[in-house]
Write a new protein. Sequence first.
Length: 640
Amino acid sequence: MSALEFRVLGPLEVRRDGEVIPIPAPKQRALLGVLLLHANEPVAQDELIDLLWGDDAPLSARASLQNQVHAIRRALGAEVVERRPAGYVVHVEPGRLDLERFQQLVSDARRSEPRERAARLREALACWRGPALVEFPSEPFAQHEIARLEEERLAAVEERIDADLALGLQAVVAAELEGLVERHPLRERLWAQLMLALYRSGRQADAVSTYRRAHRAFADELGIEPGSRLRDLQRAMLARSPALDQADYELAPTLERAAPMLAKAPAERVRSLLDYGEALNTLGEHRQAYSTYEAAQRMAAEAGERVLEERAVLKLSILDCYMNLQSPRKHLERARRAAKLFERFDDTGGLAEALCEQATILAFSGRCNEGAAAADRALVLAREVGNPWQEATAAGMLAFAVAEGPLPVPDATARCEQLLAEASAEEVSWRAQCALAWLYAHTGRAEDARGLATSILEAARRDGAFRRLAGAVECAARVELAFGNMAAVEEHIRFGRELLEVDVIPGALAGYEAALACLVAPSGDLVEATRLAHSARAKASSGDDFYLEVLWRTALALVNAREGQADEAILLCDEAVKRANAGDALLFRARTFEDAAIVHDLLGDRTGSEKALRRALREYVRKGSVVGQERLRAQLDATT
């Protein structure tokens, strides 16, 4: 007897010698469809009953299932469906199921060159005769499988179009893609392919305007912006990048967000948006993260999910600090308010998050001891709920606070090493690693400090995580600052500033501008230093960003001292010192005194310079910085 052919990519069919074998009963067809989706694998009776009847299974379901099996055997042959201890199994010979052929051809295509890849993908897509399992749209077993198989088909279409684009067939696929984006407006990869096809067809204006169409589609359906791939592609087109015309230019796959989100209940959908926003934020996609959190807030408010709404508000608030120069004090108040709400509703995870935000603002406001206490509590709660990412965040903030604050270097080093030892390899906080690199530098372990800083930089470049890369650059700069290697510090700060200029985060960019101005002002390009200092001052609109308020005043004090404006220089220098003294960030305070010494040097005030150096030395002694003490004592010896 000849082998049977089975088809599920379209209406369910069974053929022998090209002739369709009728299976008219709906339940028999549904049962065969379930078994074919698990071809040559046993499916338990209870699972089959659940898949075929769901919650409405009658008492006679088991007997009915056996009757359906017997009917299929009569139609197809007793040997086709076998009962085993583990359940029922349908036997399908290799290559006789269209789904198997489709998946094998797609797999083979991925290992082929563009021309062969396109041909194999066309052959694979030819296996489809219509929507998969088309006659079972309401069957419990089919709803998930239909979506999964359709996703596989669309992915194969996208891969075939990529191959066609590599072969120079952009004019051919452009028209096809217009239809595809109309039917699937929330697939970023299709929009990117259409933009590239139009651009390569000499239709640059149409390619750029296509981005605006994609933006409207995402904004209308999800209330969020399209991803960075489309933005980067648009920028490359505006710049007429030569890479766009290269045959091997790749449009790498990204997360397809819409399908899994739209089918969920409101609360679950909000959680998905919050998770997605956090992933975007980690990758440095702050604008897209912001619009995602806004969508989550709206949905939560509409659904009456007060706790989830507060989570979204909290995430928007911290981004407002970075992107819109919101007052850190205002965010701290929101984090405290959120903590009370989460505690009242027994939301331990939310409370841990709110405490992390408090720790962040406190530590970055020069209140390191308070920040460490909040981070320590957040760490305990994160471990309690078993959230590795949250645990890593809390551990990172705790490490930053103990490294920067009054805890002596040996104790701070031991605490950071403990935090890293307790973390899982997958969730090691880069911030805790950075803190440890600074501390190694201040203990005089130059090789360990620079080695760790280099590995952090390399890992950040490998991962492509923007925030981590910016943090890694700052870490490398701080390590070199401890050793007084100012040329290396300037190189790192310039690179960090370039990174932030691309992403345009005003709050973070202002800090880099002020730091760079402090480095350039004493002996470098005074015009550049002045421009950077004033730019940083203009961005410090809230007036309560601890580090920035000290840095821009220091920068302008150095500029004025270089220009011989003694009164203004001393006034700004004293204000910077006063603000630094208001916090307990000892290493930063010591650095501020060192800069004050440079101001006095530039003004020819040797006594004032020596006094500032001795105050810096006292802070290094309090912190236990071996390198800082050695460097300052050497400078003081040179002045006597």
